[in-house]
Structures are given as structure tokens and as C-alpha cells.
Design a protein around this ligand. Structure first.
Ligand code: ZN
Ligand code: ZN
Length: 377
């Protein structure tokens, strides 16, 4: 542990900002509710403002700019730039520089700016309370690509002004429209900011502590459906850390990922393009490999394990090869369907072969699941 006198200087502005907004929210909101009736329009405006902030960070700062997992038109980028200033999480350029380092050196206490290995408090908010990053604060060399985007450059240049306009201007305008200035300043101004801050911060703290690791255990990132509800879908963080260029975090249709839905919906309007998706065979193989390694370690600790280990190895290799076979024929099927040739008589034999390979894979998947279940009681 670093002795007290060697700790970097405190950033009093951040300490004051986080403390004051938090205190105003937890004291002011109950007092307001005690003395006044809550206006439904004010609640709706608070939720809308909260969603604008949250999604500007997840869809804009994170998936668009930090990872370039899709492209967005000028209008959407402008909305995200303003929403990001409203969320008060520093400029796009600064946020992305930190985040790219986080991915590159995840869990490395000397390099990862919000390393989860330094504890929950540090990764949640502590990393912003002292000048831990002073030596590289203005180093944006890992974001040369973003410096080509005029909206990113403009937002960085006028960040403080934009943040002030959004955080004071929007609540004041809402307050004047509703005839309830103090209510709007409290709810749309402060409560929205505190909720937006801490739900985003959960991605660095909670999503590196609580949940499962279906894809990799080489870093602390976790998948957690509950955190996804608090973070606009960023709770599938184990997946995200291994397939960071995928525009989705929750890959199944039922997984709560409103950021993915927003990006996809905007693609139907032509506002977003080039949505990157990890090939399904890579995802399945990565998950299978993780399951294999886990069970292998478990079996190694059991007595008389050689026959079981051999069976595991056999089933694993068999599943991996069937995954490859299936996705290869599936690729050809997609191609034929695009050319509207799948039902042609000449492709009858291929369709039969495809069906057989698909059934073999499903059978092997069932056997693999059964094998895993035997040891996970
Ligand atoms: Zn990321
Ligand atoms: Zn992370």
C-alpha cells in the first residue's frame, strides 16, 4: 500500500462535485417528496434525461468512439457528443483514451486507469479523486483516429462550456416549461446526474466483480444480467472484453441490451452503418473452450481421472470440429439463400448434407451439455 504522503494530490473539484451532488440527491429528493407532490411530467423528463446521458455514453462514447463497432451519421454523433457533456464524464477524446488503455491493460494496477484489482471503491470512483493519471492526462496518442472526427475535436475544445450549458441549461428550460424550477434543478439536474454517474461507474466496478465468466477467466470482467439492467446493456462485460469490436454486448435476443437495440434501430433509418458482429462460430468455440478448461481442471483434481480426461478431450474435439463443419455449410447456405438458389433441384444434395451436419452438431451439443451437467451438481 502507498503511504499517505506518497499518494497523488486530491482533485478537489471532483471530490466536491461527486460529494455535493450525491448529498443533494439523497437529502433533497426525500425532502422534496415530503413537502411537495411529485409531478408525473417531471418524473418522465428525469427518466428521458437519464436515458439520454446513459445511452450517449454506452452507444456513443463506448461502442461508437472507443471501439468503433459501427459508424454513425453526423446528427447522431452530435446528439451523443451533447449527451456525453450532459453526463459529465469528460470529453469523448479523454474518455476513449482511458477506456482503450483499460482494455489493453485490463487489471494491470500500474496501467489500467480503473483497475478492478485495486478494489471496488477505486475502480468505481476512487480513480477520479486523485491525480493518478497526471503523467498521461493529455496523452491522446491512442485516439489518433478520433481526432479526425470534427465533432470529437469540437466537443473536446468546448467541453467545459458544453457541460455547463447542458447541466444548467437543460434543467432550467425544463423547469421554466413546467413552472417548477427548483423541482427540475433537483430531479433533472442533480438526481439524473448522480444516477447517471453511478450506473456508468458500475461498469468499471461491479461488472468486474459480480457475475459469471463464460468466455474468459484471463481478466476480471463478468457477465451479469442484473448489471445489464442498470447500465443500458453493458452488464455482459465478460463477452465485451473478449469481443470488444462487437456492437452488441448481450448477444441473445432476450438479453437486456437497449444500447444494441438503439444502434440496430438507427441502422434501419440509415443513421448507423457497418455494424460489427463477431462470427457465431468464434463465439461458440470460445465459450466451449472455456467450459472445457474449467471441467478439465476439475477432473484433474479427482482420483483415477485418466479415462474421464480422455473422454472429455474426445468430446471437446468432436464438438469443435462439428462447429467448424456446421458453420462452413451454413455459410454456403446463406450464400445460396441470398441468390435465391436454396430450393433449386441441383442443390438438393447439399441441402440434405446441410441437414445431416446440423443434426450431428445438435446431437454433439446435447452430449456436451450432459457431460458438463454430470460434474456441475
Ligand atoms: Zn469497452
Ligand atoms: Zn471493463
Amino acid at each position: 500500500m502507498i503511504p499517505q504522503q506518497q499518494k497523488p494530490p486530491i482533485i478537489w473539484l471532483n471530490v466536491a462535485l461527486f460529494t455535493l451532488t450525491f448529498l443533494i440527491a439523497i437529502i433533497g429528493v426525500p425532502l422534496y417528496l415530503y413537502f411537495y407532490n411529485l409531478d408525473l411530467t417531471l418524473v418522465v423528463m428525469t427518466i428521458v434525461a437519464f436515458c439520454c446521458c446513459g445511452m450517449s455514453i454506452t452507444a456513443g462514447y463506448h461502442r461508437l468512439w472507443a471501439h468503433q463497432s459501427y459508424q454513425a451519421n453526423r446528427f447522431l454523433r452530435m446528439m451523443f457528443a451533447l449527451g456525453g457533456a450532459f453526463a459529465l464524464q469528460n470529453s469523448i477524446l479523454h474518455w476513449c483514451a482511458d477506456h482503450r488503455i483499460h482494455h489493453r491493460y485490463v487489471d494491470n494496477n500500474n496501467k489500467d486507469p480503473y483497475s478492478a484489482k485495486k478494489g471496488f471503491f477505486y475502480s468505481h470512483i476512487g480513480w477520479m479523486l486523485r491525480q493518478y493519471q497526471a503523467s498521461r492526462y493529455h496523452d491522446y496518442s491512442n485516439c489518433i483516429d478520433l481526432q479526425q472526427d470534427p465533432i470529437v475535436v469540437w466537443q473536446h475544445k468546448y467541453y467545459l462550456l458544453l457541460a455547463a450549458i447542458m447541466n444548467i441549461g437543460v434543467p432550467v428550460v425544463v423547469g421554466l416549461l413546467l413552472g417548477n424550477l427548483w423541482g427540475a434543478l433537483l430531479f433533472v439536474g442533480v438526481l439524473r446526474l448522480v444516477l447517471s454517474h453511478h450506473t456508468t461507474f458500475f461498469i468499471n466496478s461491479l461488472a468486474h466483480k459480480w457475475g459469471s465468466q463464460p468466455y474468459t477467466d484471463r481478466n476480471s470482467a463478468r457477465d451479469n444480467g442484473i448489471i445489464a439492467w442498470l447500465t443500458f446493456g453493458e452488464g455482459y462485460h465478460n463477452y465485451h472484453h473478449i469481443f470488444e469490436n462487437d456492437y452488441r454486448n448481450g448477444i441473445c435476443w432476450w438479453q437486456f441490451d437497449p444500447t444494441k437495440w438503439l444502434i440496430k434501430s438507427c441502422s434501419w433509418l440509415g443513421w448507423t452503418t457497418n455494424l460489427k458482429v463477431t462470427p457465431a462460430d468464434r463465439i461458440e468455440k470460445t465459450r466451449t473452450k472455456m467450459e472445457f478448461m474449467r471441467l478439465q481442471n476439475k477432473l484433474k483434481s479427482l482420483p483415477n481421472n485418466s479415462a474421464r480426461l480422455q473422454q472429455l478431450q474426445f468430446e471437446y474435439e468432436s464438438l469443435m470440429s462439428k462447429i467448424s463443419d456446421y458453420y462452413q455449410v451454413n455459410k454456403r447456405l446463406i450464400d445460396l439463400k441470398q441468390k435465391k438458389l436454396a430450393n433449386n433441384y441441383e442443390n438438393f444434395e447439399f441441402m440434405q448434407q446441410y441437414e445431416l451436419i446440423r443434426q450431428k452438431l445438435n446431437q454433439q451439443r446435447r452430449e456436451w451439455k450432459y457431460l458438463l451437467q454430470q460434474y456441475t451438481v
